[in-house]
Design a protein around this ligand. Structure first.
Ligand code: KG4
Ligand code: ZN
Length: 370
């Protein structure tokens, strides 16, 4: 008989509260992908904008306000009741400790109250598996380019839970390079999408900015120096024009610097991804995380991978940045793969720092707390 498991997923690692419901076949040998029934999201971006970045304490307090109404919203839209839930999943890390504690606390309290098992999910595993929610779902094995606000990593992915780190940023993440450069240009937080929008009107070759570690011979990244180069270039332009600040420069110059910055970040991401594909001999690339929404990155990856016969998969645009669907999906895929079982152990902790390749496969029947 087909056994269906209804998984509620809660994401609260940073500045988005996300809740979602996924239904999965979890009997041994089941291969059908879990199905997303409903998801709801509240972004705190406008709240943090006044401070130029995420204020952790405000983030935690807002998660507390939002999480229960969002859970009620997804249950109602999927025509499900609390009693129908089989598993409650939550983001256990990495992320802001206080923010993570809200999701973990609510999930474990719900689990205890309903006598349903809970499961802590790695946030980056959620991003990594989010393309399985798209109409064009990938197949294992693949190379994953994880480009979120806090992480830039290339991973070799053999299957659920089998992640080998190939390279990562030794300082800023690509998302930080976008956001910090955008801040220097006077754009609001998080500046990545705003910088990308300005870049569409600019010349990507207008300014020669560094491509850090492009020829390092390994798959690591470094973006901190690029941000400094953007700062220096911006200061030169401001001094040359005799204006008070970057936003007083002619619009075209602003767009040219935005386009040149994006071009530098994208070129490094594309070339390192191609090098990872060559090194592993794999013919499939999965891009995940907020920067995966960047159009220029998608365009250049599609073009370069197309030339090499490599398939590229992305999450749906709406699921590139943080959301509950990816957490419910990752939990469902871990359950389905037999790697992990949910547990009725309701004492919880969170892992603000947690490397993704530390998630070694856990045999079924062993302790289910990661
Ligand atoms: O994955 P995510 O939601 O957060 C973390 O888990 O960290 O990614 C957020 C990051 C931010 O740095 C944001 O500026 C960036 O993704 N981002 C973009 C775009 N959309 C989001 N960066 C460049 N172009 C975009 N279109
Ligand atoms: Zn994220």
């Amino acid at each position: 008989m087909v056994q269906k498991t209804l998984v509620l997923g809660i994401e609260s690692s940073c500045d988005e509260t996300g809740v979602a419901l996924v239904r999965a076949q979890t009997q041994p040998g089941a291969t059908a992908l879990p199905e997303l029934l409903a998801h709801a999201l509240h972004s705190q971006i406008s709240m943090h904008q006044a401070y130029g970045g995420v204020v952790p304490e405000l983030a935690s307090r807002d998660h507390i306000r939002r999480v229960v109404p969002l859970a009620q919203e997804v249950l109602a839209s999927a025509h499900c009741a609390l009693a129908d839930l089989d598993v409650i999943a939550y983001t256990r890390g990495p992320g802001l400790a206080g923010a993570l504690l809200v999701g973990a606390g609510v999930a474990c309290a719900l689990g205890a109250a309903l006598d349903k098992p809970v499961l802590g999910v790695h946030h980056l595993e959620g991003h990594l598996l989010s393309p399985f929610l798209s109409a064009d779902a990938p197949q294992f094995p693949f190379v994953a380019l994880l480009v979120s606000g806090g992480h830039t990593q290339l991973m070799q992915v053999q299957g659920v839970g089998h992640y080998q780190l190939l390279g990562e940023s030794i300082d800023d993440a690509a998302g930080e390079a976008f956001d910090k450069s955008a801040k220097l240009m006077g754009l609001a937080y998080p500046g990545g999408p705003l910088l990308a929008a300005m870049a569409t009107q600019g010349n990507p070759r207008a300014f020669a900015l560094p491509r850090p570690l492009l020829h390092s011979g390994n798959l690591d990244f470094s973006f901190a120096g690029l941000k400094t180069a953007v700062l220096v270039q911006g200061q030169k332009l401001v001094a040359g024009a005799g204006v008070a600040q970057f936003s007083d420069l002619p619009q075209q110059q602003q767009c040219d610097l935005a386009a040149s910055t994006q071009a530098a970040i994208v070129e490094v991401l594309v070339k390192k991804s191609l090098a990872a594909l060559k090194q592993t001999g794999l013919q499939r690339l999965v891009v995940a995380g907020g920067v995966g929404a960047n159009q220029s990155l998608r365009q250049q990856l599609n073009q370069e991978c197309g030339k090499r016969g490599v398939r590229v998969h992305y999450p749906e645009f709406a699921l590139c940045t943080d959301n509950g669907a990816m957490i419910a999906m990752a939990a469902a895929m871990r359950l389905q793969s037999g790697l992990q079982q949910a547990s009725r152990h309701y004492a919880f902790d969170v892992k603000p720092r947690w490397p993704l390749d530390a998630i070694a496969p856990i045999p079924a029947g062993a302790s289910s707390a990661l």
